[in-house]
Design a protein around this ligand. Structure first.
Ligand code: PMP
Length: 361
C-alpha cells in the first residue's frame, strides 16, 4: 500500500488501527453475522455500540452529568440553523451575540440572522482574521438568547486558547467542529457545544451536540422534530435513525483515544506537532502564516509561499512525497496543513523536512 500522510481539513485522516479494526469487522461484527451497517438501530448489537461510544466520549471529555450528549445529522452548517431554532426562544424578540473570527463564524452569523436579530459583538475581519478580538472590545448585548463563537476557525487557522469569560449567565454556544478532543476543555463554561464528526471524530454524517439540560426547553414550534434537541435527548438520539456506521467508527476512535492516553496525552502531542510546523514557517520569510502567535490553531495551519508563483510546484512535489491535500481552501488560497489527532508526529516531521527542502535550507 502506498504510504501517505493526509493533511485534509475534513473528511480527514483516521487512526490506522481504527480502519484496520473496522475492516476486520466489516462482514461480521463480533460474531453477529452482520455488518454494523446492516443492523437495526434499535437492536441489542447496535445499542451496545451506541452506549459504549457515549460512555467513552463522556469520560474522554469529562462531560458533567447535567449535560446531554446527542448524535445528530446535518453537520456543522445544519447546527447553524438548529441552534437558533432550539435556543433563540429563551427570549422574546431575541438577540443573538456573535464573535466573528473567520469563515465559519461568518456563515453562522448569516444563518442565524434568518431566525433572530444578530449582534456582531466583535470582529477581526478588518485585521484579516489574524486573531480573536480582545475580550475587552466585545460589545455584548444586555440580555442575549446566547453567544455563539467558533473556537477553532478551520479555514483561517485561528483558535481560542481558553473559553471566554463573559460574566453573565448567557449561554455560550461553541462550534468546536475542528478541534474537539484535541485539547482539554471545561465543558461547564459552555451551554452548547457542537461538532461535525468528519475532522477529529470519525466519518462525515454524524454531528455531535453536547447541551446543558436546562437549555432543552426553548425550541420554537417551527423547529423540525428530528432536530429538536429535547426530542433527541428524550429518545437517546434514536428519535429517528441516527448515522449508525459513523457512530460505530466514532466509537472506535474514542476507544483508540482512551488507549493512547486520552485527551491530555493528545493535547501534549498536538502542542509538539504544532510547534514543529510553525517553527518551520517562522525560520525565515519563505513561508508566511498570518495569525498572531497566541491564536494560532494547533489543528489547522494555513500558510502561504512568499512567492505564490511556486504554489503548483510546491503541491506537485508534496504529492510526489505522499504529502496529500495541502492546498488551501479556495476562499483564501495558499496552503493548509490540518494536523488532527490521527496525524502522527512522523507526518508533521515529513512535511517539515519537505518545507525545508523546498525552501532550499
Ligand atoms: N464549522 C466549522 C468550524 C467547520 O470547519 C466546518 C466544516 N469545515 C463547518 C462548520 C461545516 O460543517 P459541515 O460541512 O459538516 O456542515
Amino acid at each position: 500500500m502506498t504510504h501517505v500522510f493526509n493533511f485534509s481539513a475534513g473528511p480527514a485522516v483516521l487512526p490506522k488501527e481504527v480502519l484496520l479494526q473496522a475492516a476486520s469487522e466489516m462482514l461480521d461484527w463480533h460474531g453477529s453475522g452482520m455488518s454494523v451497517m446492516e443492523m437495526s438501530h434499535r437492536g441489542p448489537e447496535f445499542s451496545s455500540i451506541h452506549r459504549q461510544a457515549l460512555d467513552d466520549l463522556r469520560e474522554l471529555l469529562d462531560v458533567p452529568a447535567n449535560y446531554k450528549i446527542l448524535f445528530q445529522q446535518g453537520g456543522g452548517l445544519g447546527q447553524n440553523a438548529i441552534v437558533p431554532l432550539n435556543l433563540a426562544g429563551r427570549r422574546n424578540d431575541p438577540v443573538v451575540d456573535f464573535v466573528h473570527t473567520g469563515s465559519w463564524s461568518g456563515k453562522s452569523i448569516k444563518e442565524a440572522a434568518r431566525y433572530a436579530r444578530v449582534n456582531v459583538a466583535a470582529s477581526s475581519e478588518a485585521e484579516g482574521f489574524a486573531r480573536v478580538p480582545a475580550r475587552e472590545s466585545w460589545k455584548l448585548s444586555q440580555d442575549a438568547a446566547y453567544l455563539h463563537i467558533c473556537t477553532n476557525e478551520t479555514i483561517d487557522g485561528v483558535e481560542y486558547p481558553d473559553a471566554p469569560e463573559i460574566n453573565s449567565d448567557v449561554p455560550i454556544v461553541a462550534d468546536m467542529s475542528s478541534h474537539i478532543l484535541s485539547r482539554k476543555i471545561d465543558i461547564s463554561k459552555y451551554g452548547v457545544i457542537f461538532a461535525g464528526a468528519q475532522k477529529n471524530i470519525g466519518p462525515a454524517g454524524l454531528t455531535l451536540v453536547i447541551v446543558r439540560e436546562d437549555l432543552l426547553d426553548y425550541a420554537s414550534p417551527q423547529c423540525p422534530s428530528a432536530f429538536n434537541w429535547k426530542t433527541c435527548a428524550e429518545h437517546d438520539s434514536l428519535y429517528n435513525t441516527p448515522p449508525t456506521y459513523s457512530i460505530y467508527i466514532a466509537g472506535l476512535v474514542f476507544a483508540w483515544l482512551k488507549a493512547n492516553g486520552g485527551v491530555a496525552a493528545m493535547e501534549q502531542r498536538n502542542i509538539e506537532k504544532a510547534r514543529l510546523l510553525y517553527e518551520a514557517f517562522d525560520r525565515d520569510d519563505f513561508y508566511v502564516n498570518r495569525v498572531a502567535p497566541e491564536f494560532r490553531s494547533r489543528m489547522n495551519v494555513p500558510f502561504y509561499l512568499r512567492d505564490e508563483s511556486l504554489n503548483q510546484l510546491f503541491l506537485t512535489g508534496a504529492q510526489a512525497r505522499g504529502l496529500l491535500q495541502l492546498k488551501g481552501h479556495k476562499s483564501v488560497g495558499g496552503m493548509r496543513a490540518s494536523i488532527y489527532n490521527a496525524m502522527p508526529i512522523e507526518g508533521v516531521q515529513a512535511l517539515v523536512d519537505y518545507l525545508n527542502e523546498f525552501a532550499g535550507r
